[in-house]
Design a protein around this ligand. Structure first.
Ligand code: DQA
Length: 154
């Protein structure tokens, strides 16, 4: 059967790793005052405005395996991913492998803080080599910058 536009994956996953549920209260001098629900609302608003028939599904977890299960369950419907993996950026080969298994789905890695201007252990990302790009240091705006890049790619 020919693949029609109707069959094309339409989901953008907006994923956040450990401790990002605390945005707004957690170290505001580093991560700012904006909460995660506010960031999600901004991303949803921009996707709706783009009017491309895309839908956003957001998920935050403090558990590596829960993130992996969530991504795996949506492999066939996903056309792009914006992910702030939090500390899993610097530790998780399992999350990287799961994202790499998505085969061609563009992945944008986002960090609120500039990870290269912080402690040395934050300078290495396991995710960066399998991402299309990384946006780091622009606070909540980074998610929107990532989204613009993603909209151009899908
Ligand atoms: C972070 C940077 C990580 O090093 C840290 O562990 C986080 C947040 C950021 O958005 O700046 O939890 O991903």
């Amino acid at each position: 059967m020919p693949i029609t536009t109707a069959d094309k994956p339409k989901k953008i996953l907006l994923l956040n790793g450990p401790n990002l549920n605390l945005l707004g209260e957690r170290q505001p001098e580093i991560y700012g005052q904006t909460t995660l629900p506010e960031i999600i609302a901004l991303v949803r608003q921009r996707v709706a405005q783009a009017d491309r028939g895309l839908e956003v599904e957001d998920f935050q977890s403090n558990h590596e395996g829960h993130l992996i299960d969530f991504i795996q369950a949506r492999r066939k419907q996903t056309c792009g991913i914006i992910i702030n993996p939090g500390a899993l950026t610097h530790s998780s080969i399992a999350l990287r492998d799961c994202l790499a298994a998505l085969d061609g789905v563009p992945i944008i890695e986002v960090h609120l803080s500039n990870i290269y201007a912080r402690e040395e252990f934050r300078h290495h990302s396991y995710i960066a080599p399998i991402a299309r790009g990384q946006i780091t240091g622009f606070g909540p705006k980074g998610y929107l910058l990532g989204l613009e890049a993603l909209l151009d790619l899908i």
